[in-house]
Write a protein that binds this ligand. Sequence first.
Ligand code: ZN
Length: 309
Amino acid sequence: MILSLCKGGFLPALAIPVSLLIAACGSDTESSGSGDITVVTTTTQLTDMAKNIAGERAEVVGLLAANSDPHDYEPKPSDAASLTEAELLVKSGGDLDAWADELAESSGTEAEELDVLDQVDAIEGDPHWWQDPANAVIAVGEIRDTLASIDPDGADDYEASAMKYIAEIEAADKVIAACMEKIPAEQRKLVTDHDALGYFAERYDIEVVGSTIPALTTQAQPSVGETAELIDLIREEGVKAIFPEAGLNADLEEAIAEDAGATVGGELHADALDEDGTPGDTYVGALLANANTMATGFSGGEVRCEQSG
Ligand SMILES: [Zn+2]
């Protein structure tokens, strides 16, 4: 029993007095209570959010790399090792990162688990909650509160960081709403790779005309009939531009745009953030970059969404 309380290192129990063992365990507990905790996150958006809240108090280990598709991620042995050390696992939720459940189980981790999709204002069956900034604000609050419960000494720090970060998210939301309002409603028509932007579309009053992979996952294939139907719809609805997603192959979008007489707009950051040093390398940056890409495509270049100051 005593040995099982001490993480790691096998001690030759018979040779060491029990009092010393207890002392060793005691000092372990102390150091973990001083805010030295590890948070594992699945998606790149969550990694960025958690880092903004954790600051220097907690180490955030993101499992997914920039521009990698969470729908078809295959966990590595090092992911299990990270989880074994972690105090908190933050999952995006739904079938997007369902692989994390198996990973958590096989790693034997005792980390607390936060499933964000369960907490936000969700569209049934759609796991892409972060595309609505109001849901990101809820997620940030949940991460803040969970971190504070695991590391109460850091509660004030988490609160201060979260407040600052939420203000940043809300400012981006205002910029996007104001910019979309400048575009006539009948021009706000979205066609992209898969149905990843339903939450964004709902928040900013954009009509989702269709997607080249008509599914809530990238792990589906369109039939020839579905693609032909989409081409007809793009023509009928007068869709100006269709938007490929960063990290996915754009060949089908290009072929469809050509057939339908539309242009290929810029790449959207749907399910992952972009490489470091690019405008889409943070959650807020990706939201703003997406808004600008869409506004430019919807309006034929007349409207841009840019954050002032
Ligand atoms: Zn997706």
